[in-house]
Design a protein around this ligand. Structure first.
Ligand code: ADQ
Length: 460
């Protein structure tokens, strides 16, 4: 069997609990088959311009998995990662052209780091390796590998949404990115709506032909495309829910909030996650349905990320002020309406928090998938489950049709859905949860890995 080579921006230690969705999924994939995981070490080192191209990846073994990592210097980090990845591709792909900072220096740094990664990786490849590249940081790496003579199968999975064609076309380098995509054998996206946008983009901007279903032809190459919605490891998450840390968390929460209904939100502190809208909706809930005062508590966990990006600083200030105002206006000596915690919660404790909550708010303005929605469901007691309120603009909405769907911009609509969730009868909660569990079990992370890799193996 071919060796699997996973390439992602960051490489995580497979022995430590993984924080993000991508890290969880990749670790799970490599643990089964073994293989090589290549990417940035997360270190920023001092380096002169002249020696950047010659640095070798450092290699470490972790069980059946080999980890190959490359350091970046400050300028590379600021242009490739902070600049092009987080200030161009992330906002544009989340429909936020207003936040994009198109800067030639960012584009140059992005290209240079992708070239550097390709050079380092190429040295480590064997002829029958199957290469699986992840996410927007690395779109051009296949083109760089092909330029070096790499003929391996290369697949690409995009974890974030794909916006409509004219939004992508606003990126000054979009044609170059599109040509780079055609150097892959398979490009996977999360949702059907993403696939529709991607195909339309390639037809209109590259005049791609469609010789068959899921096949695009342009620039003398044939590319397969498909939607592969990412899932979670349901059994692993359920086992976490039954373990000590989670049970302790559950007991603490139930003890602390014995007279309250908990509404929970767990996100990265990111403008795509719809956090201010959610907090405003909670305020509307207290206004419109006053029976929730002294009764409902919103626990919002928001892990800081990309703190050096300006838009994140503004979001942080907005959240501080919104949450402070609600607690000031509505709080009682024995009741704080919002517990806003700007930190991450250890993964092993998360299921306990989810299980103690009556409602989960997953209301991103745009999201590739959103794994928190699936994790919340997996952590519930099937006999007395909580209710998921889900943005119709999360990729997960296509699959999780029995959740309460909301428009994340509609504050009153979200407040109504919160109220409906808080008052939903047990039999309805149970039947919705059972249907949702069927879906996340069927399309779990094992399904995702196997389907993508099978499809990649089938490419010519
Ligand atoms: P993210 O934007 O990071 O991922 P999401 O899928 O919701 O979004 O979360 C990823 C993981 O991080 C989950 O396992 C979650 O439990 C964890 N997490 C998030 N916030 C946390 C917090 N405050 N404390 C502790 N853990 C937290 C990107 C895309 C998504 C896509 C994933 C996977 O933006 O759309 O679902 O990749 O493809």
């Amino acid at each position: 069997m071919s060796r699997i080579v996973v390439v992602s921006n960051r490489v995580a230690d497979p022995n430590k609990p993984a924080a993000g969705g991508l890290a969880v999924a990749v670790r799970e994939c490599l643990r089964r088959t073994g293989g090589l995981w290549f990417g940035w070490s997360g270190r920023i080192v001092e380096r002169t311009r002249t020696d950047t191209g010659h640095a070798h990846a450092s290699i470490q073994a972790s069980g059946k998995i080999q980890l190959a990592t490359v350091d970046l210097d400050r300028q590379q980090y600021e242009t490739y990662y902070g600049g092009y990845s987080n200030n161009v591709l992330w906002p544009v792909f989340h429909y936020r052209l207003d936040l994009a900072q198109f800067d030639e220096g960012f584009a140059a740094g992005y290209r240079q780091v992708n070239q550097l990664f390709a050079q380092q990786l190429f040295r480590l490849l064997k002829p029958d390796d199957v290469i699986w590249v992840h996410d927007y940081h690395l779109i051009p790496i296949a083109a760089e590998l092909r330029a070096l003579g790499c003929e391996n199968r290369i697949g690409f999975f995009l974890h974030i949404p794909v916006p409509p064609p004219l939004i992508i076309a606003a990126i000054p380098e979009h044609e170059w990115l599109m040509r780079s995509l055609f150097c892959y054998d398979l490009v996977g996206v999360q949702a059907k709506s993403d696939l529709t946008h991607l195909v339309r983009y390639m037809e209109t901007e590259a005049r791609a032909e469609r010789p068959g279903d899921g096949i695009l032809r342009a620039f003398g190459r044939e590319l397969r495309v498909g939607a592969f919605p990412i899932g979670i490891d349901v059994d692993e998450f359920a086992a976490l829910a039954d373990a000590r840390d989670s049970k302790d968390m559950y007991a603490t929460m139930r003890d602390e909030y014995s007279r309250r209904e908990l509404i929970v939100g767990v996100d990265r502190l990111d403008y795509s996650k719809g956090l201010p809208q959610r907090v405003r909706a909670f305020r509307a809930l207290l206004d419109r349905y006053p029976e929730n005062r002294s009764r409902a508590t919103l626990i919002q966990i928001a892990a800081p990320s990309r703190e050096d990006v300006n838009a994140y600083d503004e979001l942080r200030q907005e959240m501080d002020s919104l949450c402070g105002a609600i607690n000031g206006d509505y709080g009682e000596l024995d009741w704080m309406p919002i517990r806003y915690i700007r930190r991450s919660v250890a993964r092993r404790r998360l299921p306990g928090l989810y299980r103690a909550s009556r409602v989960a708010m997953v209301t991103p303005l745009r999201d590739g998938m959103n794994l928190v929605a699936k994790e919340f469901l997996a952590a519930q007691d099937p006999g007395d489950p909580g209710v998921l309120v889900l943005s119709r603009f999360a990729g997960a909405a296509e699959q999780l049709t029995e959740a309460l769907h909301v428009n994340p911009y509609d504050i009153q609509g979200i407040a109504q859905a919160m109220q409906r969730a808080l008052t939903m009868p047990l039999d309805e909660r149970v039947s919705r949860h059972a249907a949702l569990m069927d879906s996340i079990r069927r399309y779990d992370v094992h399904w995702w890995r196997a389907t993508f890799l099978d499809e990649l193996q089938r490419t010519a």
